[in-house]
Design a protein around this ligand. Structure first.
Ligand SMILES: [Zn+2]
Ligand SMILES: [Zn+2]
Length: 346
């Protein structure tokens, strides 16, 4: 096997370099995977633009992947060379205060797994043990790579607990997260799914995946549009996936009295949001937050992909080689694509 591999190294905001670096070796309990497909994600875009809150450069980024096991570390029994696998980007420790309360998603010792925009990556021990899955033969690598974003969506889906017939407004629609939320909302029996976004290309994908109404926030006032579609009440459930202060605030105006808001999209630390306290209090509006997902969410997400219950194909807008990670991210920023697949061996 070669000693060196090509990898897209993140050096700082808007700085990525394709470098030749040593192929990592799996230590005890780890596995080495040859990456066959690595998908671009909103987190990669955020990192590209403003850095990552937990990691400082340089590092190889990319975290949604499917590939082949090429080597296993000592003591690994569940995986062997030749297996097709995908893995979540994190795994909980199972030992801390939060894990012991069944809240592994906010574990204080989360182990992360970055480095998928490269020819090879090593998967850390606890991720091998808890959140790595063998991909069935009928599932393409790039489809299995949807595991990580779907884990978080499954977590939020359980939290917001959509009931049959409810109207769900999804703000920031047309991005991959929102497109998975809308499919799960429909699975829960949502009566209407109102997709609110500002990219016509992405809104069309929302339509293709079952959104009943499209609201282009560039053209109309979101609050007025959603209220018009709900007899003036507002939506039963609002899922905010855009991750802006303004959409966090407008979510509270778009939801009906007695409804539920799920703020999915994270905001930079220190951000203050302004909401009408009286509207929230007297209107009994539930404000829900979430981050990541648990090992159980990961298992469920993997099953949803493997069974075909979640349709991921329309979210893949195209493929690019490793040399063009930056171009792929720029296409994401421009709203021209939903997700791009990076193929390190093309
Ligand atoms: Zn991701
Ligand atoms: Zn923990």
């Amino acid at each position: 096997m070669d000693k060196e591999m090509r990898a897209a190294v993140y050096l700082g905001p808007e700085k990525i370099e394709l470098r030749s670096v040593p192929i990592p070796r799996p230590m005890a309990g780890e596995i080495l995977v040859k990456v066959r497909a690595a998908n671009t994600c909103g987190t990669d875009v955020k990192t590209y633009r403003r850095g990552h809150p937990k990691f400082s450069p340089p590092f190889i980024f990319g975290h949604e992947f499917g590939g082949d096991v090429v080597q296993v570390g000592e003591g690994v029994e569940r995986f062997r060379a030749g297996m097709r696998v995908t893995a979540n980007v994190f795994a909980e420790c199972g030992e801390c205060f939060y894990c012991k309360h069944g809240q592994g998603n906010i574990c204080t010792n989360l182990v992360y797994n970055f480095g998928a925009f490269a020819e090879y990556l090593v998967i850390p021990v606890s991720i091998v043990r808890k959140t790595t899955f063998e991909i069935p033969l009928h599932i393409p690598y790039a489809h299995a790579a949807f595991l990580e974003p779907l884990v978080t969506v499954v977590h939020g889906w359980h939290k917001v607990d959509i009931q049959p017939g409810e109207t769900v407004a999804i703000i920031g629609a047309g991005g991959p997260i929102s497109l998975m939320f809308q499919q799960l909302a429909l699975r829960s029996g949502a009566g209407q799914v109102i997709a609110v976004g500002h990219s016509a290309v992405r809104l069309n994908v929302a339509k293709e995946l079952g959104a009943t109404h499209l609201v282009n926030a560039k053209e109309v006032d979101t609050i007025v549009a959603v209220r018009d579609l709900t007899y003036g009440h507002g939506a039963d459930v609002v899922i905010e996936c855009a991750g802006t202060k303004q959409t966090w605030e407008s979510s509270v105006e778009v939801v009906r009295r007695g409804g539920r808001v799920l703020w999915f999209g994270g905001l930079p630390g220190g951000t203050k949001v302004e909401i009408d306290a009286a509207r929230v209090h007297y209107g009994e509006i539930a404000l829900l937050n979430m981050h990541g997902g648990t090992v159980n969410d990961a298992r469920e997400a993997f099953d949803l992909i493997a069974s075909g219950a979640i349709n991921v194909a329309p979210m893949i807008s195209g493929e690019l080689p490793l040399e063009q990670v930056e171009l792929a991210l720029k296409k994401m920023i421009a709203g021209e694509v939903v997700k791009m697949v990076i193929k390190p061996d093309s």
